[in-house]
Each structure stands twice: as C-alpha cells, then as structure tokens.
Write a protein that binds this ligand. Structure first.
Ligand code: GLY
Ligand code: MN
Ligand code: MN
Length: 459
C-alpha cells in the first residue's frame, strides 16, 4: 500500500518543475463546542499522497522527489487522552517518506526547505491562513539573502496538479469506491424495507427511523461515516433539494426520497432512490418515476470515454422536456415543442440542478469540468431565464477511470397550471458511474431502480 502513495508522490514531484517544492497540509481538527471536536476527517489531497489519517500533519515534497513529513510527536500524556500516534520515528518506514519531523518544527524547518527553490506550490484557498504562513516562511528565507540564499520567486496552486491526478481514478481507488457503493446500496435496500415493514405493522414511521437504518447499515459494514448529510425526505419534503433527515411522518401513499452514501477509507459514494413509503406506486407517482428513469437511461447511454461531461445532462434534459409535455406539466401552447422547452429552459421549475458531478474522495470531487486544452474557447451565451451573459466553454472529455454521478430528477411544487395529481412529488434517481472505453460501469446497482423491482423488494 505504501508504494501506492510513494508512486503518487513521485508523479506529483515530476510535475513540480525544476526547483519546485510543494507544501500539502492535512485538515485541522474543528471544535464543535467546548471540549468536543467534530469527527476528524483528513484533508483529501494530503491523504491521497500519504494514506495518513492523523491530524496535525504536513507533507513537503520537492521536484527531486524528496519527501518530508511533519507529524504529531509521540507524547504519552496526549496519547493517553487522544489515542495512538505514529510519530516521526516510525513514520519514515511506515509511510516511506525520506524524513519525518515533529510538527512543532514546521516553522523552523520550512524556511530551510524553501531555500534556493524556484517555485513554491501549495493548495490555494483551501486551508485558512496557509497563504499567510507561506508568506512568513518566505520572508524568513529572504532575510538570509545576504548570505547568498535564493528565495522562491513564484507561488503556484497545487490544486491544479492534484485535481488532474485525482480526476482519473486508479485501480486501488476504484476498488474502494466499488466497496463503498455496495455498502450504500445495501443500506438503501434496508431503509426501503424498514419503511414498508413498519407501515405494515401500523407503526408511526418518521424520517429519522430510515436515517437510523442507513447509519446502522453503513457502520455495520465498516464505513467510517456518511459521505455527506443524508437526505431522507418524506412526501413534499422531497422537493427541497438540500432537505436533511428530520422528524416528519412517513405516510403510506407518499413517496420517500433518500439521498445517502457512506464514506469508506476516504472515498465517497452517492446514491439516491425514491420509493413509495408502503411499497406501492400510485398512477401519477409511477408516471413521473418512469419519466425520470427514462431520462437517467438516456444519460447512462451517453456516458462513455470520448463523450463530453455535458452529454449525459443534455440527454437527460431532452427526455424530461418531452415527458413534461406528454404529462401536461408543461403546455405546448405556451412553451412550444420539446426542443423549445430545452432551448428556453422551460423545464427549469421542475429540474433545476445538473445531472452529474465528479465523485471520489470528496462527494463533489475535484477536477475541472472544462476540457483544459479548450479552456480559452469561451463563447458568451445569454441565459434564457436570467438574461445573464455566461462564458460557455467546451466541457470535459470523459476518459476511462473518471467517476461521475448520474442523477436526474423532477420536483413538482403546487402551482397554478400544474396538474394537481403531481403536486408535492419529488423524484431523483442517482447512480455512480465509472467511465469505461465503451460506456460506463454503474457501481451502485446493488439497489434496484426499476419500479417493479422496488415494489418487489418492499413486499
Ligand atoms: N448528495 C449530494 C449530491 O447528490 O450531489
Ligand atoms: Mn450527487
Ligand atoms: Mn446524492
């Protein structure tokens, strides 16, 4: 495993340019209140390069490939309270770095490491106060100029390099992501079954019962925490995009939207399913559900190496536009043809988010959505709804090993002209897709999406 991280460091070192040096800190611990901290989560860039999950650490890497790790020193008193620390002595062998020092020496050592380097890389706008600390270290280097020491003249954003590396997942990452996806899929199945089981037993089902089932399923299979706050939305709550699991009653005859995924060993999964609370879709619910599912199938068919990031979204919108007309959620006398609906974005009141985002260590993972070689080809377009001028750039060309979500939805709020049968229905179907040469691999289909299959597993 160590060699994996050493290989990644070597790849980064090769991109730093002659005389380059990179400073990559991990995340700080964050207080929740008084003596309690939020559960600790390492920084993703740092973990990508070290596999080291302790707080209080920082990696320094130069273009010759020499790595220095700063980490918490061994300290019996603190370890009695907070737990085991690897410590610098063991870190060299365990993490295969060239040198390791206690974090207390960071301010003393950094100026020395920066001496005579040409360019210093660090993640911009990611760690509060880091840029100011770098300035401090640089001024300490400059103070020694009279001794012939050269000070780096350039600062560069390490995210530019690391985002590109993280965007294409390696075999180890895909393996972890498949396992995270499997755990999350089983959790969704459990939550669906819990809902219908409790309703059949005549119990008072609340959103938090289903949230508890998800959390139990994640933890029982070794996931460290949810990759994001679970959304468990009963009935019309599903129309609130960032709703959280709360205490609303889960009622027979209504839909439940669950958007939840676990994080496993630093990697996220992200699944949404929408199901009837008691296991039986009504006619209007099924009609909308089948439309969202058809739009997802179109998006999946458009996802393959060589296609553009925007292609699945465009495929989704084309299907939704036609379906909104067919179901009379939109009136063709007012909005015209399906193509008109797409061009004018008349679908927007029902579908107001994008179909995909990158997925990886972070649920909304890093990586440019614009094809880097074409970033200068901006064509200004006026947004048909806001009237704002938007610089449209060619979207990313998909490559094998990129991972994205495919998550179309429809959210129908009560409004004049909208058929009442659809009021308060919110549906999203979200799967995680690994781009392959000829298409994509859906890693989250351990939980079904077909309406009949969902009804069957809830019986
Ligand atoms: N759960 C966050 C998202 O679907 O993007
Ligand atoms: Mn998502
Ligand atoms: Mn999601």
């Amino acid at each position: 495993m160590t060699s994996l991280y050493a290989q990644r460091r070597a790849r980064l070192a090769a991109r730093l340019g002659a005389g380059g040096i990179a400073i990559i800190p991990t995340a700080p611990e964050r207080p929740r209140n008084r003596d309690s901290d939020y559960p600790y989560r390492h920084d993703s860039y740092f973990y990508y390069l070290t596999g080291f999950a302790e707080p209080g650490a920082c990696l320094v890497l130069d273009s010759e490939g020499r790595s220095t790790l700063f980490c918490l020193p061994k300290e019996l008193e603190r370890e009695i309270w907070d737990g085991y620390r690897l410590g610098p002595e063991a870190a060299v062998a365990t993490l295969a770095v060239d040198a390791a020092l206690p974090g207390t020496q960071l301010d003393a050592e950094l100026p020395r490491l920066l001496e005579n380097r040409r360019r210093v890389w660090f993640p911009f706008a990611t760690h509060e106060g880091l840029a100011a600390r770098v300035e401090g270290w640089l001024s300490a280097v400059r103070a020694r100029a009279r001794y012939g020491v050269l000070c780096p003249a350039e600062q560069a954003d390490a995210c530019l390099l690391l985002d590109e590396m993280r965007l294409v997942k390696d075999a180890h990452e895909l393996d972890v992501m498949r396992r995270a996806a499997d755990i999350s899929a089983r959790a969704h199945v459990r939550a669906m079954q819990r809902s219908s089981r409790m309703l059949r037993a005549g119990q008072d089902v609340r959103e938090y019962h289903l949230d508890a089932e998800l959390l139990a399923a994640f933890r029982e299979e070794g996931s460290q925490f949810p990759a994001y706050s679970s959304i468990v939305a009963a009935g019309a709550n599903a129309c609130v995009l960032h709703y959280r699991a709360d205490a609303a009653p889960v009622r027979a005859g209504e839909l439940v939207l669950i958007d939840a995924g676990c994080e496993l060993d630093g990697y996220a999964s992200d699944i949404t399913r929408t199901f009837p609370a008691d296991g039986r879709f009504s006619g209007p619910q099924r009609a909308l559900y089948e439309l969202v599912l058809a739009s997802q199938k179109a998006a999946i068919a458009a996802t393959r190496a060589g296609a553009r990031f925007n292609d699945p979204h465009d495929a989704t919108v084309a299907v939704l536009a036609q379906g909104l007309l067919d179901l009379q959620l939109l009136d063709s006398n007012q909005v015209g043809s399906a193509q008109d609906v797409v061009d004018s974005r008349a679908y927007f009141p029902f579908y107001m988010h994008r179909t995909s985002h990158w997925l990886g260590m972070d649920v909304h993972d890093c990586g440019s959505y614009v094809e880097p070689g074409e970033a200068s080809e901006a064509s200004p377009r006026r947004d048909p709804l806001s009237g704002e001028l938007i610089a449209h750039r060619p979207s990313r060309i998909l490559r094998p090993g990129m991972v994205l979500t495919i998550e179309p939805g429809l959210y129908v709020r009560a409004a004049p002209g909208v058929p009442e049968a659809f009021h308060g229905i919110g549906i999203r179907i979200e799967d995680d897709a690994v781009v392959t040469e000829g298409g994509c691999e859906l890693i989250t289909r351990g939980v079904p999406v077909e309406a009949d299959e969902i009804e069957a597993l809830m019986r």
